[in-house]
Design a protein around this ligand. Structure first.
Ligand code: PBG
Length: 327
């Protein structure tokens, strides 16, 4: 038996029909706003490669968080630029450190917003690597196991300051387990871990390293971050983090990695975040500022694509704009 020609166009015939049948809907509830916090008061230092973004002092970061709360954004993700850096990243786990101060100020100004603290050492080390080094000079390498204790200490300090979620991004093996045990030992079993599980060694982080002043002084991050061509390895990274106790996992970057987002969601069904990184922002922003792209439409299309691929949470520098556009 032959069926008549199937006309998918029937499903697109009116706006009502299209709205009714829309499969994925981007919402402000999906968005996380990153903030770069620096010392000082009433200081705003624009980030050249990320137009519209700035390093903010604690008071201004708290103000931003309050605005985000008013827009219905559920969470902010904090990165710190400490007053000074050293070999052992002491600013990361200092109870009076920049993230710890910012967390307390944000909790006071915007009590309903969730604070996610980025748990990494690269912004705090004098050499800019994500962990402790062993060996000398240019031949030094990152000492995975020696870094775990400091990451755990950082997470505990962030949690004591009021962070609801810690987000380890150093890509050290065993970091999730080390952090989970340390939190539990301190009676912080309600603090959730969002693991940067599949974090690729990406050139799209370029502008962030200006923003966070965290470019490695020598070498690169290819000995701890993942190689962009490897998808099966990304699934193994995610599996290990889940076994170590991650509550949520992340894929990063987002734009070139939607196949990974899709596969992680399909395979594990875990709460999944994707991080639309600084280079993705810089790229579309530059084109929009040149008048070559319609920023609002392009950004909403991009963010919806992440959602369609399987992300529940989207970390994006457009969080506030998107929340406004979605109103
Ligand atoms: C490292 C970290 C990086 C980003 C977030 N956390 C950069 C890196 O690995 O060099 C990148 C975020 C972005 O590019 O927006 N703690």
């Amino acid at each position: 038996m032959r069926y008549p020609l199937l006309r998918l166009r029937r499903l697109r015939s009116s706006k009502k029909m299209r709205d009714m049948l829309q499969e994925v809907r981007l919402s402000t509830n999906d968005l996380v706003m990153p903030l770069f916090v620096r010392p000082g008061e009433n200081v705003e230092v624009p980030i050249e490669s990320m137009p519209g973004q700035a390093q903010l002092s604690v008071d201004l970061a708290a103000k931003q968080a309050r605005e985000a709360q008013e827009l219905g954004i559920p969470a902010v993700l904090l990165f710190g630029i400490p007053p000074q850096k050293d070999e052992t990243a002491s600013g990361a786990y200092d109870d009076e450190g920049i993230i710890q101060q910012a967390t307390r100020a944000i909790k006071e100004a915007a009590p309903e917003i969730l604070v996610i603290a980025d748990t990494c050492l690269c912004e705090y080390t004098s050499h800019g690597h994500c962990g402790m080094l062993k060996g000398e000079g240019e031949n030094a390498t990152v000492d995975n196991d020696a870094t775990l204790g400091l990451l755990a200490k950082t997470a505990v300090s962030q949690a004591h300051a009021g962070a609801d979620i810690v987000a380890p991004s150093a890509m050290m093996d065993g970091q999730v387990q080390a952090i989970r045990s340390a939190l539990d030992r301190e009676g912080l079993e309600d603090i959730a871990i969002l693991a940067y599980a599949a974090k690729f060694a990406s050139s799209f982080y370029g502008p962030f390293r200006d923003a966070a002043e965290s470019a490695p002084a020598f070498g690169d991050r290819t000995s701890y971050q993942m190689a962009p061509p490897n998808a099966n390895e990304a699934l193994r990274e995610v599996q290990l983090d889940i076994e170590e106790g991650a509550d949520m996992v992340m894929v990063k970057p987002a734009l070139g990695y939607q196949d990974i987002i899709f596969r992680v969601k399909e395979r594990f069904g875990y709460p999944l975040a994707c991080y639309s990184v600084s280079g993705e922002y810089a790229m579309a922003k530059a084109a929009a500022n040149a008048g070559w792209l319609d920023e609002k439409r392009v950004v909403l299309e991009m963010l919806t694509g992440f959602k369609r691929a399987g992300a529940d949470i989207i970390i994006t520098y457009w969080a506030k704009d998107a929340a406004q556009w979605l109103k």
